[in-house]
Design a protein around this ligand. Structure first.
Ligand SMILES: Nc1ncnc2c1ncn2[C@@H]1O[C@H](COP(=O)(O)OP(=O)(O)OP(=O)(O)O)[C@@H](O)[C@H]1O
Ligand SMILES: [Mg+2]
Length: 337
């Protein structure tokens, strides 16, 4: 039987997810492509490519084609999108799919066009762009069409998107290029300054996920993990033990920037909507929402209960897929025809 696989795509800085209507999330892989630098041929996409980061011979390069939530390397991003759209459809289908892609708020005209063109070239029939916070809110099951304020804070790899939504539109929003990558970077800096040891990006990310935390708590203090890096003075490998308490100190300043932006967004929001948000709470999503103690710190700093969306890493893709059934919102989205 010929079927059309309409889909929602979260083309994230860190991860690409594809949600297919009636099937759910069918793809969830890192936004990484390994290419042969001599022939420019794509060697691997996704998980297999990510495993190559920092471990490739000279002729292979593992590339993250998105940076800060937008396409940094067009050809590679296109190859990745094509690969995932085809994979989501499992090869040949008669109908070209309608595709909704989540994009950061405030991306430029050129950036929008690049994504729409990539979607077209990758075989989509209609390509819609949805602002990521709107997709996040829909994916988090918030009723975005009611006349009531909903606030979402999506902390991804490259960007944090903060927005207040009411009556199917964004009312106030902020997008900052401070998110998971900066948290990893803060760990790298910390280890370099305190221990004079250089660790890699993947190691830093592992430390963040294993023992990262931002709220004082005895339980967090006791977390620990090993890392191996290069000693700056000897140039030789060195193994270190890192503790929860010190990683908290390294991560707090970055998280405080996210919280400050959340407060600024609230300050710009009309009081009636702030009152609604105070009732319902702030909803966090994206991988950064999982950082230990983040919602607690945000609750304390904003004075508003902060919660984590169900399945925070898949909100954008699910929301982008579900909007295909919300005609009033869909009709307002930027699209290719
Ligand atoms: N348990 C965890 N604790 C802290 N951070 C986490 C955890 N799990 C994942 N992350 C981080 O979340 C980030 C990825 O989140 P997500 O998939 O939402 O980003 P993205 O959508 O690809 O990026 P963006 O929205 O910026 O384009 C990475 O930086 C990853 O290290
Ligand atoms: Mg994201």
């Amino acid at each position: 039987m010929f079927k059309r696989y309409d889909m929602g795509i979260d083309l994230g800085t860190a991860n690409t997810l594809v949600y297919v209507k009636g099937k759910g999330i069918v793809i969830n892989e890192p936004s990484v492509v390994a290419i042969n630098v001599e022939t420019e041929e794509v060697i691997k996409v996704g998980n297999e490519a990510k495993n190559m980061i920092g471990k490739t011979p000279a002729y292979i390069k593992a590339i993250r084609p998105l940076k800060d939530g937008v396409i940094a390397d067009y050809n590679i991003a296109l190859a990745m999108l094509e690969y995932y759209i085809n994979k989501a459809q499992k090869g040949f289908t008669f109908f070209r799919p309608n595709v909704v892609v989540g994009v950061p708020v405030g991306i430029t005209e050129v950036e929008s066009r690049a994504i729409i063109e990539a979607g077209n070239e990758a075989g989509a029939k209609r390509v819609f762009l949805i602002e990521e916070p709107m997709a996040t809110a829909i994916g988090a099951n918030l009723d975005v069409e009611e006349p009531s304020g909903n606030m979402v804070v999506d902390i991804g790899g490259g960007t944090t998107e903060i927005a207040v939504i009411s009556l199917g539109s964004l009312v106030t929003w902020t997008s900052i290029r401070v998110a998971g990558d900066e948290l990893d970077e803060a760990i790298i800096q910390y280890v370099r300054e305190v221990y004079r040891v250089v660790i890699g990006e993947r190691t830093a990310e592992r430390v963040k996920i294993e023992i990262g935390n931002v709220y004082p708590d005895k339980e967090y203090d006791e977390l620990e993990t090993y890392v191996t890096g290069i000693d700056l003075s000897s140039g030789l490998p060195k193994k270190l033990i890192l503790k929860g308490g010190e990683i908290r100190e390294a991560l707090r300043p970055i998280v405080m920037q996210i919280i400050e932006s959340t407060k600024n967004t609230l300050e710009k929001t009309p009081p009636e909507l702030v009152a609604d948000i105070t009732e319902k709470g702030i909803i966090t999503a994206g991988g950064g929402a999982l950082l230990r103690g983040l919602t607690k710190l945000m609750t304390k700093e904003t004075g508003i209960d902060t919660l984590i969306a169900d399945d925070p890493l898949t909100c954008v893709a699910r929301g982008a897929g579900l909007v295909l059934d919300k005609v009033s919102i869909l009709s307002r989205l930027r699209r290719n025809e």
